[in-house]
Design a protein. Structure first.
Length: 242
């Protein structure tokens, strides 16, 4: 199971907002068999978030989400802001392939469907897009993820759809055809063409005023898979041409 650097960063940020004393972090080091570490609270939070093995990441995430902050505060809204950050982290976990449940004040985080494969796909897509110079498409995917984490579900799906349709345009430019001809000229499998059309149709939900979290994450994963598939086909064409 592969845990992305981004997700580890999110965990370290949340830990810094929760743990105030080194004894709290000593307990984590003992509980998860991590190196004691040195330096500030911030340094140790970063270290633990980066050091925790991939297969135990969900366990530390659960521990942190369920921990009551020890940070002293006279701000009456501090607890509310911390809960908002926990919800944002939970959404990031879901986007990266984890089941996250919250019931009766307790959080449970569990791997769902092999987040390592999703993360590998995300990394490969990013590499393909960078090598092709299609940076604006990756930017739309990044914005979609950020908006999802911030609960802007409709906008998230809208940017995912923009990434897919911009890929049609870029491929069309490379092949010297019209964007509307990409699927018929470029994707030989009829079933694949129909599926991509349906994915594009599904992401039209991004024009809605409101959208559920589940619909947004479902649409994002569909788009990412479609883009990955199209990039693999395009790579094959480039290899056979040159």
């Amino acid at each position: 199971m592969y845990i992305s650097d981004k997700l580890r960063f999110y965990l370290s940020v949340l830990m810094q907002d929760i743990f105030a004393y080194h004894r709290d972090l000593d307990d984590i080091a003992l509980h998860f068999n991590l190196s004691p570490g040195q330096g500030s609270i911030k340094d140790r939070c970063r270290q633990f978030a980066n050091e925790i093995p991939d297969e135990n990441f969900h366990e530390l995430a659960t521990y942190v989400l369920n921990y009551t902050s020890t940070l002293p505060s006279f701000d009456p809204f501090a607890e509310e802001r911390l809960e908002t950050k926990k919800l944002s982290f939970a959404r990031a976990l879901r986007l990266h392939g984890f089941n996250v449940a919250h019931s009766k004040g307790s959080w449970i985080v569990q791997p769902k469907f092999g987040p390592e494969r999703l993360e590998e796909t995300r990394k490969e897509v990013k590499t393909f897009l960078e090598n092709l110079g299609f940076t604006e498409i990756q930017k739309s995917l990044d914005i979609a993820e950020e908006q999802f984490i911030n609960e802007y579900y409709a906008q998230s799906l809208w940017n995912a759809r923009k990434a897919l349709e911009d890929l049609f345009i870029k491929i069309a430019e490379k092949l010297k055809i019209q964007p509307k001809e990409v699927l018929s000229n470029f994707v030989k499998s009829e079933s694949s063409r129909e599926l991509i059309k349906k994915i594009d149709w599904y992401t039209c939900k991004g024009h809605a005023v409101k959208l559920s979290e589940s619909e947004a994450i479902f649409g994002y994963h569909l788009v990412l898979s479609a883009i990955y598939y199209l990039l693999l086909l395009f790579k094959e064409i480039q290899s056979s041409t040159f």
